[in-house]
Design a protein around this ligand. Structure first.
Ligand SMILES: [Zn+2]
Ligand SMILES: [Zn+2]
Length: 324
């Protein structure tokens, strides 16, 4: 099992990176039977990125309240140094910890070339692509939750998926994170047909090779179900998309949260593998119990052969109930 969406800091927290916390993350991961974890800090945590993203919200929205909230959010979060993050990655690698390194990157319309330039040369294993903003509205942020009351949910859904598809087209993400995050607070569309947009999403992932994240975070919010919904996940499995599994933990205790349930769900839908990443290259990992369908795995394409940590196994093993 893998957990490829883990944050070092909570929102609102900052401070020096310490190897000790990475060790804690790995301990929780090991307790839950995980083979490997991926650190994917928000790219807006880094002071060096503040200059890259600039005032992108001014070019996508007219609402002064939302623009102000957005600016404040970016100013408050930019407290860390990317070079410290990369140093931490180097230390973890040197110690042989089973961790790969990525970043979670929002879609910033009009700024993605600069974002790609920033990412180039960082030596990351993968990049999670996320849509958290519709214009300057952080639709999944509790601070501006009241904005949902002003909006037509159909229009929010339509715009969310439009942005997600645009993001996929930028070539920046390796994997699309929490692909139906728009449902986070339990708002459902009235007449918007997700079926059509799910097909578009599967199509774009298939043609570009972008992976799709399956996340337990949805179980911890009002939506009450994993990201993405089964209707999208079953299409993704049928199309053979590269799937990762993830907790979106912002504290070590949540690392690997219900990843076993995610793997079970993927297996129930007919999937026989998930994927890890090394320097942007996808590496298949077999789900246990799917051995009759995984004869094509192995060879040069398993994590143990390419892992900097020299992991011992690539099999998925269910581990207790895995729940907090
Ligand atoms: Zn996210
Ligand atoms: Zn996240």
């Amino acid at each position: 099992m893998l957990d490829y969406h883990i944050h070092y800091h909570r929102h609102g927290e900052s401070g020096p990176y310490r190897l000790e916390r990475v060790r804690d993350i790995c301990s929780f991961a090991a307790e839950r039977g995980l083979l490997e974890v991926g650190l994917s800090e928000h790219i807006f945590r880094f002071v060096e990125f503040r200059e890259v993203v600039r005032d992108w919200w001014n070019h996508t929205d007219d609402d002064p309240r939302l623009k102000d909230h957005c600016r404040q959010y970016f100013d408050e979060h930019a407290t860390q140094s990317i070079s410290d993050y990369l140093d931490l990655a180097a230390q973890a690698r040197a110690c042989g910890l089973p961790v790969v390194w990525g970043l979670e990157v929002d879609y910033y319309p009009g700024r993605m070339e600069a974002v790609a330039d920033f990412l180039a040369g960082l030596g990351l294993d993968y990049v999670l692509g996320s849509v958290h903003w519709i214009g300057a509205w952080g639709f999944d942020n509790e601070d501006v939750l009241d904005e949902w009351e002003q909006r037509d949910p159909d229009e929010v859904y339509r715009r969310y998926y439009e942005l997600l598809l645009e993001l996929a087209g930028t070539g920046v993400p390796t994997v699309l994170a929490h692909p139906d995050l728009v449902k986070k607070f339990g708002h459902a569309p009235r007449s918007f047909d997700t079926s059509e947009v799910f097909s578009d999403l599967v199509e774009v992932c298939k043609s570009t090779g972008i992976g799709l994240e399956v996340s337990s975070a949805g179980w911890r919010v009002p939506a009450g179900e994993q990201y993405p919904a089964v209707q999208l996940l079953e299409r993704a499995v049928a199309a053979g998309l590269r799937l990762t599994t993830a907790s979106d933990a912002h504290v070590p205790e949540l690392v690997g949260h219900r990843v076993d349930d995610l793997c079970r769900l993927i297996g129930d839908l007919g999937g026989d593998r998930i994927y890890g990443y090394r320097h942007g290259e996808a590496v298949p990992v077999a789900l246990e119990g799917a051995s009759d369908r995984t004869s094509s795995l192995g060879g040069e394409s398993d994590l143990s052969r390419s892992s900097p940590a020299g992991s011992e196994t690539v099999s998925y093993r269910p581990h207790g109930d895995g729940e907090l």
